[in-house]
Design a protein around this ligand. Structure first.
Ligand code: FE2
Length: 344
């Protein structure tokens, strides 16, 4: 083989393996959460057939529910062997964050005794490169930038488990419901000091669109299940940080709750903060909660989320979808990127 042929072949191989993916424009993202490895996962095949540029796992990617790390690992291996997972994994770049059940235990936070071991298993399964920044700090938070100037898409993967304080269990049943009531202790944290400092740096980086993947819901109405609404001072801190960093183009993705919905939070001095919740890949729930911030239908069947980005328009346009286990569009919403900007 001539040296020119060798270098062309090497270049094509690198491109095929995504080595240059951070320069590529992202037009389509699929995402989902809440998947038992013991169940069939046809949602993953549907997502693969969408040919997205990225698929983002939003947590509860397996149901470990254990302190036995061999058991946790074996459930990841079971997911890895599934044909529908391999179909997705072979077809696109797969990113992941975790929630409680793949972290280890239901609703577990910073006191989970096996968090270091669980982190190692997570990073190994999701093939985080040995040289990745993600391996240089505690927890699994991470950020990636895709696309050239003018078409930059930042993906921020939050870690809502490793640093999170205990939540306040429901006591005041007259005012609140389900498992938790809002915590009034001002220094109780969702992300922890280091992750907040890191996040501020990320939000200051220039980008046109920023996807913040949070396992727990952000923009919805309090409903007593795990979410940012249980730590209202931390939810406010996030909104204040978006304001102070002047970070345009933020859209949240969340999972966890076993239904799909789009929530829209409107605040003084800030553009609307959308939160697209897709859950679950195998899990369902029988009763949706009220949500005054919900736009459109609530999807109680297995579902996955899709974001399409049309960069070619003068003002780029985003299309948000929640699609069901037949690939049918159950929620569709169009947002112009100019809506997700601070007023000059
Ligand atoms: Fe969860």
């Amino acid at each position: 083989m001539s040296s020119i042929k060798f270098f062309i072949t090497l270049f094509l191989l690198l491109v095929c393996h995504g080595a240059f993916s951070q320069k590529e424009v992202v037009h389509k993202i699929c995402f989902g959460s809440c998947a038992k490895a013991s169940k069939k996962q046809p949602i993953l095949s549907l997502a693969a057939r969408e040919s997205p540029d990225l698929f983002i796992y939003l947590g509860d990617n397996i149901y470990g529910n254990t302190r036995d790390m061999d058991k946790l690992k074996s459930k990841y291996l079971k997911l890895g062997k599934k044909a529908e997972f391999q179909e997705l994994n072979d077809s696109t770049t797969v990113l992941a964050t975790w929630d409680d059940h793949d972290y280890g235990e239901n609703d577990a936070g910073r006191h989970f005794s096996r968090k270091r071991e669980s982190r190692e298993i997570f990073l190994e399964f999701w093939k985080e490169p040995e040289t990745s920044e993600r391996r240089k700090h505690k927890g699994i938070y991470h950020s990636l930038m895709h696309g050239p100037q003018g078409k930059r898409l930042q993906v921020i993967l939050l870690d809502t488990r490793t640093f999170r304080d205990n939540l306040t269990k429901l006591v005041d049943k007259k005012r609140y419901k389900n498992d938790y009531q809002p915590c009034q202790i001002a220094d109780s944290t969702m992300l922890g000091v280091e992750q907040w400092t890191w996040l501020e740096k990320q939000l200051k980086k220039p980008a046109e669109i920023r996807i913040i993947a949070s396992s727990n819901q952000f923009s919805h109405e309090y409903n007593g299940w795990e979410s940012w609404t249980n730590l209202p001072h931390e939810q406010q801190k996030m909104l204040d940080l978006i304001k102070s960093t002047k970070a345009n183009g933020v859209v949240f993705l969340s999972g966890d709750v076993h239904w799909g919905e789009i929530s829209k939070m409107e605040m003084e001095g800030l553009y609307p903060i959308y939160d697209i919740t897709s859950s679950g890949i195998t899990q369902t729930w029988n009763k949706p909660e009220s949500n005054k911030n919900r736009i459109g239908a609530v999807v109680m069947d297995n579902n996955y989320g899709v974001i399409e980005i049309d960069w070619e328009r003068e003002a780029p346009e985003l299309l948000f979808y929640i699609k069901d286990n037949k690939g049918e569009e159950r929620v569709k919403m169009q947002v112009n990127l100019s809506e997700l900007q601070f007023k000059p």
